[in-house]
Structures are given as C-alpha cells and as structure tokens.
Design a protein around this ligand. Structure first.
Ligand code: APR
Length: 233
C-alpha cells in the first residue's frame, strides 16, 4: 500500500454483525423479518406510522445494548494515528464507530440515536421511543420521525463524500453487500479516479469484481490485520 496519503473507508452492516446487530440481507437478516415496503419508506410511514415507529424504537433500544467489536476499535486506532485525510463513510445507523473511538465518521443513512422534527427540521439526540409521539425538544411539535434515510430518500452529505473520494488514494469497503446505491457505486467512482481499492468482507459482494483486492473473513479479524499493516505494525 505504497504512496497512500488520503483514505475513504465505506462500512456496512457486516462491521456490526459481530456486535450482535442484525445485517439486512442474507440468512435471518432484517429484510427477511420485515418487508422494506412496510417499515423503510416514506410511504410506509404515511400509511402506518405506529408500525414504523415500533420497528425503529425496537432497533434504537437494541443498539444501546450492543458494544463495539475489534473492527470498530481498529478503525478508531487508524483514525487516531493516520496523518493524512481519512473519512469513515458508514451506511450504519448505529453509533458503534463513535463508541469505538472514531471521530472522522459520516453517517450517510442517518442515525438511530437522533430524532428529526418535520416541523422545525431540527435533528435532536434521542434514545427513547417515538411511538408515543413525544414533543420535539426544540419546537414542541409532535412530529418527530426516526433520523434514518428511507428507500427513495437522498442519503446525507453526498457532496462531502464525493469531495473526499476526489482527494483519496485508497478506497476500502468493509462489511457491505454492494446491493444499495449510491454507496454501492463508490468503488466504480474510485476506479474512475485511479485510486487503489480494497474490499474486506465475510463473502464476495455484488461489487467484488470492481476491487483490486478482496480479503475474506470476519471483520473482527481482517480489519485489525489491515490496520496493523497500514500503521506499519
Ligand atoms: N464480517 C464482515 N462482513 C460481514 C460479517 C462479518 N462478521 N457478517 C456479514 N458480513 C457481510 C455480508 O457478507 C454482506 O456482504 O456484510 C454484508 C452485509 O450486507 P447487507 O446486510 O446487505 O448490509 P449493507 O450492505 O450494509 O446494506 C446497505 O441497505 O437496507 C439498506 O440502508 C440499509 O445501510 C443499509 C443498506
């Protein structure tokens, strides 16, 4: 990994799997237990807000019981020691990157531990349920929704992500199936920009053929090994 100064790291549900947080696809994944159309679209929220709130209230409570794993801690170590630019772009809505100690983190699909008021448009830290329609801490309206990007909605901070990709020398993808765009398209952008690309995943993803290198294994093993390599260990 010669001549690497700036790095963009994309993470997905696979990095939190060993912390006991369900992934979305594959055996027993969330989208096998729930229909996306029922819980993860603006239309579903308009049709049955209680069902959607109950789904996210359950997820919000569950992640607070979970702990970061070795992969989160390794990325936090890299974040702390890496002198060049580094951005962890996560599709995950849990806070395990931050609880692992990472600070250069961008949540492109939102965060469970925030509530978004659709009246005053403010996002507030939130740990409890929303199904009982609590008042917004800022404007008191009872119009809080989960701060999660649903299917059909635009992910957050896309300009900042593409800006970081344009400056990067290395793109690394960890624990994602490559099933959901625009995140699944970042590797193609990275190739078009001429940078090195590396995939760390339990199994080959839908985008594996785009990567210069794929290393297979559980994130808690392959991520610390890669970070040690990057830090010259
Ligand atoms: N270590 C590494 N990779 C793992 C592990 C593990 N322990 N366990 C599972 N994986 C891999 C799987 O092989 C799979 O490729 O993680 C990937 C998880 O894929 P998905 O469940 O599809 O999750 P993700 O790619 O993050 O989904 C993208 O889709 O549902 C939407 O908005 C949601 O952000 C999510 C997006």
């Amino acid at each position: 990994m010669s001549q690497i100064r700036n790095i963009v790291i994309l993470t997905g549900a696979g990095i939190s799997a060993e912390s006991g947080i369900d992934t979305f696809r594959g055996g027993g994944g969330l989208w096998e237990q729930h229909r996306v159309e029922d819980v993860a679209t603006p239309e579903a929220f308009a049709r049955d807000p209680n069902l959607v709130h109950r789904f996210y209230d359950m997820r919000r409570a569950a992640i607070q019981e979970r702990l970061p794993n070795a992969a989160h801690f390794a990325l936090a170590e890299l974040d702390a020691q890496w002198r060049g630019d580094l951005l962890i772009v996560t599709q995950n809505v849990d806070d395990l990157h931050e609880r692992g100690g990472a600070s250069r983190v961008l949540h492109m699909h939102g965060e469970h531990l925030k509530a978004w008021c659709t009246s005053c448009d403010i996002r507030s830290p939130w740990r409890g349920p929303l199904v009982n329609r609590p008042p917004c801490p800022v404007c008191q309206a009872r119009t809080l929704r989960p701060d999660v990007v649903w299917f059909g909605e635009m992910p957050y901070q896309m300009e900042r992500i593409y800006g970081a990709l344009r400056q990067a020398d290395l793109f690394v993808s960890i624990g994602t199936s490559g099933a959901v765009y625009p995140a699944a398209g970042f590797v193609q952008s990275a190739r078009d920009l001429g940078m090195q690309t590396l995939e760390l995943n339990l199994e080959r993803s839908q985008g594996s053929h785009w990567f210069h290198e794929t290393r297979l294994g559980p994130a808690s093993e392959v991520v610390p090994a890669w970070v040690a390599e990057m830090l010259g260990g």
